[in-house]
Design a protein around this ligand. Structure first.
Ligand code: G3I
Length: 323
């Protein structure tokens, strides 16, 4: 069906196709902007906590769990019949200053890990359906990335985290999440080996998240992505697109917007064609709420709604793919 022949939302269309469609959400606009709340509930059936559940914001000191922002996001989602992806339990980045390698003995690190995952996953048991348990543990060349967890506990920290998360909520779907591992390349090979090894050891892992931070002139080949999704299916794992955005350099031209739309549409088509691809989540709601301009100078306009909450060609490409 053509783009103007339906006024159905992404949410309605995605539900008919049996795929989750989501956006990363921040507590502040959710609290302050009616237009943000309206658009989110109309177009999406899934939300990811963008920053609220990261170790740093959540644990400013060892005794504190600052759940207020995450609670608001989770409550909003559940009130509007949406499911929640919890992001993320362990990451090398955005950790609090008190969590420093060398400051604790190994036994204390194990206690910190157990308390953190048990408390956080336990609080949202039955409410957060999917967790990014470990985020970005692999480097582009395939070895493990340095992190406080790796230096304190060794490579086994990954298996420990999944086991603790499963214990805290046996029904939650547990994901390993990373970037630049969408197509077939040394990094996705390493992620494949990692998750295969975890499964062989009986570790409770259910899926792999493909972040998909792309650019309008640079995206993975969709056949390559399909191959990677298929090999993970061979292991019995789900795949979710967890953080897609397609950044544009400078002021977007009509061609940039069309290229961006094509990439969004193609990546969604890959998911729709694969039975183990269960969600397609964008990293933010509108171009006014995207991380890109704050972190990559001169880049932006990466999402499917512009800064005035208006749909862009990429929005219609998603709708066409779902239709
Ligand atoms: O909360 C503080 C606020 O108190 C302070 O006044 C302000 C001043 O700069 O900073 C605020 O923190 C910022 C935070 O976002 C919340 O807005 C941090 O500086 C900023 O670095 C942080 O950026 C986030 C980034 O991860 C780093 O954690 C982005 O919003 C978030 O979109 C981005 O998300 C990551 C995923 O988690 C993992 N994959 C890559 C993706 C993009 O980098």
């Amino acid at each position: 069906m053509g783009t103007t022949e339906t006024d159905q939302s992404l949410r309605v269309l995605a539900e008919a196709r049996g795929i989750g469609i989501g956006a990363a959400v921040a507590a502040r606009p959710l609290r302050d902007e009616q237009a943000y709340r309206d658009l989110l509930a109309r177009e999406f059936n899934m939300v990811t906590t963008e920053n609220a559940l990261k170790f740093g914001p959540l644990r400013p000191d060892r005794e504190t769990f600052a759940f207020a922002n995450a609670d608001e996001i989770v409550d909003f989602a559940l009130d509007h019949g949406m499911s929640v992806r919890g992001h993320t339990l362990l990451w090398h980045h955005m950790n609090p200053p008190w969590l420093k390698p060398g400051d604790f003995l190994r036994r204390e690190w194990e206690t910190i890990l157990r308390d953190h995952i048990g408390t956080v996953v336990g609080r949202y048991r039955g409410k957060i359906a999917v967790w990014d348990v470990v985020n970005e543990a692999v480097r582009d060349r395939g070895d493990l990335r340095d992190s406080p967890w790796l230096s304190a506990l060794g490579p086994d920290y990954i298996a420990m985290a999944f086991r603790l998360a499963h214990k805290a909520d046996p029904d939650a779907r547990l994901f390993y999440n990373d970037f630049n591992a969408e197509g077939m390349n040394p990094k996705s090979d390493a992620v494949y080996s990692l998750v295969k090894g975890l499964l062989a050891d009986g570790v409770p892992i259910h899926g792999v998240g493909f972040q998909m931070h792309l650019a309008s002139h640079h995206a993975p080949d969709s056949e390559d992505v399909a191959k990677n999704v298929a090999r993970l299916n061979g292991l019995g794992l789900e795949v979710q697109i967890t953080e897609i955005d397609v950044a544009i350099k400078g002021k977007p031209t009509e061609k940039d917007l069309q290229d961006q739309a094509r990439i969004y549409g193609e990546m969604l088509q890959v998911c729709l064609a694969a039975k183990n691809a269960t969600a397609f989540v964008m990293w933010g709601l509108t171009d006014g709420h995207s991380w890109i301009p704050h972190h990559r100078k001169g880049w932006g306009a990466a999402l499917v709604f512009d800064g005035h909450y208006q749909p862009k060609p990429a929005y219609f490409a998603l709708r066409d793919a779902l239709d």
